[in-house]
Ligand binder design. Structure first.
Ligand code: HEM
Length: 466
C-alpha cells in the first residue's frame, strides 16, 4: 500500500470514527435520562430476583430492611420484573397523582384474564374516566345513605348466625362483605341464581393465585370456567333488569344508565371486578379490628360506650341505623383508621413506567414496575411515632399530607372507601353493643395471601352479652 492510499484509508477510518463518536454524543445529549444512574439496590437472582425473600418473610421486615440499606427509592426484582420501590410520601404522590400519566396500572396477564380485561383497574385515559364516573356515582355518600338500613339487616343476620359458635372471623366476614357488595351492585332485587353466583365466585377466587396453566384439572382452569359462568349469570341479571321499567340507584343501574353505553361484557367485567375489590379487602380490615379490640380492652370499652350512646339516643326503640348515626362514631372511626394504618392490608400497589422517567436524580427505565410502599409510609416513625403501637388516639390530629393512604391516592384511589367505612361501622355497632368474643389459639402470627391477615383467619368464640 503506497503512502497516498494509506493516507486516504486513515482519513476514511478517522471520518467513520468521528461519525460514530458524533452519533454517540448526539444520543447522549438528546437522551438526557440515559446518563442517569439506576436507583441503588439489588436485583437478586436471575429471573426469580428477590420474589422468594418478599413472599417468605414478613413484608414489614423485607421492605424496612431494604429501605434502611438503600434509602427511600431503591431497585429490586420481583415476580419476574425489575422494579423500583418508593417509600417517601412525596414520591408516592408523584407516581400516583402528579405524574400519574407516566405510570400506568399493571397486572399480570393471567389476573386480567381472570377478572376481565375491561375492568376498571387495568385502564387509563378516557375509558377509565368514564367507568370511574359511573362507579363513583353508585358509591358516593348520597347513594350509600339509602342502603344503610339494608346493610344493617345483613349485619344483624350475620352476627346472629355466629351466636354461641366458634367461627373463623375472616371466612365469616367474607360472607358479610360479599352480601354487602351484592347489595350495592344489584340493589334489593331478588337476584336469580344468587347461590350459583356465590359458588362460581368462590371457585374463581381459589384459582386467583394459582399458576396460570389453563389445562383441565388445574385450579386455574377451574377458575377460568367459573369466570365464564359468572359472565353468563351477570348477562341473565342484565336481561331481567332491561325488562324492568324503573331506574335503579345501584352500581348496575349506574352502568346501564350510561348514555354512551357500556357493552354487556364491559358491565360483567366491572361487576366481577368490584366484587373482587370490595370483598376480601373489607373482610381483612374487619378481622384485624376484631383482633385489635380483643387485645385492647380500654379501646373496646370506649368504642362500646360510644355505640351504646347511639342505642340510648334511639331510646331503645328498634329504629334502623342511619347515615347520620354513623357520623356520630368518631372513636370507632379512629379505630378503623388506626387498623388501616397498622395492618396496611395492601402493602403496596403496582404501576409501570410508560417511558424513561427521571425520578429524584435516578432513571426509571420504560417498562419497569414502580411500587409505592403504603406499608412503609404508614410504619415510618417520622410519619407516625411509635408506629408499631395500636393507638387510635393518634388520629385525633390529622396525619401529615400524603402519609396516610389506605385507599390509595389519585386517579385510581378507592371509590368504595365510603361504603367500606359504613359497612364496618354498622357491623361494629351491633358487635360491640350485643356481643362479647374471645380469640382462640395463638394470636401473634400473620399470614399473607395476598392481604395481611391474622393467623388462621382469627378463630374466635362469640356469645350474646347477658
Ligand atoms: C377497607 C376496604 C378497602 C381498602 C383498604 C381498599 C383499598 C384500595 C386501594 C389502595 C385502591 C387503589 C389501588 C391502586 O392505586 O392501585 C383501591 C382501588 C379500588 N377499590 Fe378499594 N378498598 C377497599 C374497599 C373497597 C370497596 C368496598 C369497593 C367497592 C365498593 C372498592 C372498590 C375499588 C375499586 C373499583 C378500585 C379501582 C379504582 C380505579 O382503578 O380507578 N374497594 N382500593
Amino acid at each position: 500500500m503506497d503512502f497516498t492510499t494509506m493516507f486516504m484509508f486513515c482519513l476514511f477510518v478517522s471520518f467513520l470514527s468521528f461519525l460514530f463518536l458524533f452519533r454517540l454524543l448526539l444520543k447522549f445529549l438528546t437522551s438526557g435520562h440515559r446518563k442517569l444512574p439506576l436507583p441503588p439496590g439489588s436485583l437478586g437472582w436471575p429471573y426469580i430476583g428477590e420474589t422468594f425473600q418478599l413472599y417468605s418473610q414478613n413484608p414489614n421486615v423485607f421492605f424496612a430492611s431494604k429501605v434502611k440499606k438503600y434509602g427511600s427509592i431503591l431497585k429490586t426484582h420481583i415476580l419476574g420484573c425489575p422494579c423500583v420501590m418508593i417509600s417517601s410520601p412525596e414520591a408516592a404522590k408523584l407516581v400516583l397523582v402528579t405524574k400519574a400519566a407516566l405510570f400506568k396500572p399493571t397486572f399480570p396477564a393471567s389476573k386480567e384474564r381472570m377478572l376481565g380485561k375491561q375492568a376498571i383497574f387495568f385502564h387509563q385515559g378516557e375509558y377509565h374516566s368514564k367507568l370511574r364516573k359511573l362507579v363513583i356515582r353508585a358509591f358516593m355518600p348520597e347513594a350509600i345513605k339509602n342502603i344503610v338500613s339494608d346493610i344493617e339487616s345483613i349485619a344483624i343476620e350475620t352476627l346472629k348466625s355466629w351466636e354461641g359458635q366458634s367461627i373463623t372471623t375472616y371466612q365469616e366476614m367474607k360472607t358479610y362483605t360479599f352480601n354487602v357488595a351484592l347489595l350495592s351492585i344489584f340493589g334489593k332485587d331478588e337476584i336469580l341464581d344468587r347461590e350459583e353466583l356465590k359458588r362460581c365466585y368462590y371457585i374463581l377466587e381459589k384459582g386467583y393465585n394459582s399458576m396460570p396453566i389453563n389445562l383441565p384439572g388445574t385450579l386455574f382452569h377451574k377458575s377460568m370456567k367459573a369466570r365464564k359462568e359468572l359472565g353468563q349469570i351477570v348477562a341473565k341479571i342484565l336481561s331481567i333488569r332491561r325488562q324492568m321499567k324503573h331506574d335503579h340507584k345501584d352500581l348496575l343501574g349506574s352502568f346501564m344508565g350510561d348514555q354512551e353505553g357500556l357493552t354487556d361484557e364491559q358491565i360483567a367485567d366491572n361487576i366481577i371486578g368490584v366484587i373482587f375489590a370490595a370483598r376480601d379487602t373489607t373482610a381483612s380490615v374487619l378481622t384485624w379490628i376484631v383482633k385489635y379490640l380483643a387485645e385492647n380492652p380500654s379501646v373496646l370499652q370506649a368504642v362500646t360506650e360510644e355505640q351504646e350512646e347511639i342505642v340510648r339516643e334511639k331510646r331503645g326503640e328498634e329504629k334502623a341505623l342511619t347515615r347520620a348515626d354513623t357520623k356520630k362514631m368518631p372513636m370507632t372511626s379512629r379505630v378503623i383508621q388506626e387498623t388501616l394504618r397498622v395492618a396496611s392490608i395492601l402493602s403496596f400497589t403496582f404501576r409501570e413506567a410508560v417511558e424513561d422517567v427521571e425520578f429524584e436524580g435516578y432513571l426509571i427505565p420504560k417498562g419497569w414496575k414502580v411500587l409505592p410502599l403504603f406499608r412503609n409510609i404508614h410504619h415510618s416513625p417520622e410519619n407516625f411515632p411509635e408506629p408499631e403501637k395500636f393507638d387510635p388516639s393518634r388520629f385525633e390530629v390529622a396525619p401529615k399530607p400524603n402519609t396516610f393512604m389506605p385507599f390509595g391516592n389519585g386517579t385510581h384511589s378507592c371509590p368504595g372507601n365510603e361504603l367500606a367505612k359504613v359497612e364496618i361501622l354498622v357491623l361494629l355497632h351491633h358487635l360491640t353493643t350485643k356481643y362479647r368474643w374471645s380469640v382462640m389459639g395463638p394470636q401473634n402470627g400473620i399470614q399473607y395471601g395476598p392481604f395481611a391477615l391474622p393467623q388462621n383467619g382469627l378463630p374466635i368464640r362469640l356469645s350474646l352479652k347477658t
